[in-house]
Design a protein around this ligand. Structure first.
Ligand code: NAI
Length: 301
């Protein structure tokens, strides 16, 4: 007789309904791209005012996408925007979102808060539901430590801004089944992303490599080796990057950069991630980049 391992050979499911928990910068973008691809989405956030804000930003972004797709055909643009927008239900109650094929968590970057949410989702969601986290810096396995469905759990790490950045990192948790992994990869493709796979390691692929690059750029500037403008020009024209490291730091936020370096230093003890006095000083002064009007460069608010 052939023995079958049901958890790893269960047939792949096609994702039709998606719930996104956390309606901030990332969650609203994830909800948008899933709705655009024709999936039914529930967006959950604790705060109703953040759901309002998410809906406004989704509508604006959909209009931008629609205009690009349909040029001057106003009725087609309108149809696209309304059609996608109407696929997104919003709620402040997690119970409204548990009946989904895939639930993606994009809430605050705090281990205990995420663990509590996943334990609840694990209990409330139907058997077949796949759970995923969009964390950037916490271990996938630690977040999912308390859940039973480890075979239906993994990381789906998006990049900001979600509707624009084409990459999705699919992170394999220690218990993930082949069918869950394949379903996640297929889902990524279905929303127009190119997927890469990484084990549950600090920074995964992209942030693990961008960290040392950005840290070395800061140190180079701090030592006075070159101006920030020249380093940015150098990496754009000579390195082929769309933005220089200081432009990128201002875009992502200096507080986020500081946090990412700190986490990676704690986890890897690689001295390349050591704290950078210049970065710490700027964060303490509230110069966080575009969002505060000033970082390495000044911005009109
Ligand atoms: P954000 O602060 O813009 O949004 C977080 C949202 O979650 C807020 O609207 C908050 O009200 C809500 N929230 C908090 N606790 C909740 C709970 N228990 N239930 C429901 N909603 C809750 O944060 P952002 O930037 O969108 O990040 C979210 C996650 O995505 C984090 O894990 C972060 O590491 C990850 N991430 C962030 C990236 C970025 O560039 N900002 C890039 C890739 C991943």
């Amino acid at each position: 007789a052939i023995t079958r391992n049901f958890s790893s050979s269960a047939p792949q499911i096609a994702i039709k309904t998606v719930t996104v928990v956390g309606g901030g910068l990332m969650g609203s973008g994830i909800a948008q791209v899933a709705a655009q691809a024709g999936q039914n989405v529930t967006l959950v956030d604790l705060r109703p005012e953040l759901l309002d804000k998410a809906q406004k930003s989704i509508q604006n972004n959909l209009t931008r996408v629609g205009k690009k797709m349909y040029k001057d055909d106003a009725s087609k643009v309108e149809h696209f925007v309304n059609d996608s927008f109407n696929r997104i239900k919003v709620s402040t109650q997690i119970e409204d979102g548990v009946n989904a094929d895939l639930i993606i968590e994009a809430i605050v970057e705090k281990l205990d808060v995420k663990q509590e949410l996943f334990n609840k989702l694990d209990q409330l969601a139907p058997e077949h539901t796949i759970l995923a986290t969009n964390t950037s810096s916490i271990s996938i396995n630690e977040i999912g430590a308390g859940i039973k469905r480890k075979d239906r759990y993994g990381g789906l790490h998006f990049f900001n801004p979600v509707p624009v950045m084409r990459l999705l990192e699919v992170i394999k948790g220690e218990g993930i089944s082949d069918s869950t992994y394949q379903t996640m990869m297929e889902w990524g493709k279905s929303i127009g992303k190119t997927c890469i796979t990484c084990k549950d390691t600090p920074g995964f692929v992209v942030n693990r490599l961008l960290g040392p690059y950005s840290a070395e750029a800061l140190r180079m500037y701090e030592r006075g080796d070159a101006s920030k403008e020249d380093i940015d020009i150098g990496m754009k024209l000579g390195g082929g990057y769309p933005m220089g490291p200081f432009e990128l730091a201002d875009y992502t936020g200096l507080d986020t950069n500081k946090f990412a370096l700190q986490v990676m230093y704690e986890k890897t003890e690689n001295p390349v991630f050591k704290p950078i006095p210049l970065l710490n000083r700027m964060v303490a002064e509230g110069k966080l980049g575009i969002k505060t009007g000033e970082g390495f460069y000044k911005y009109k608010k």
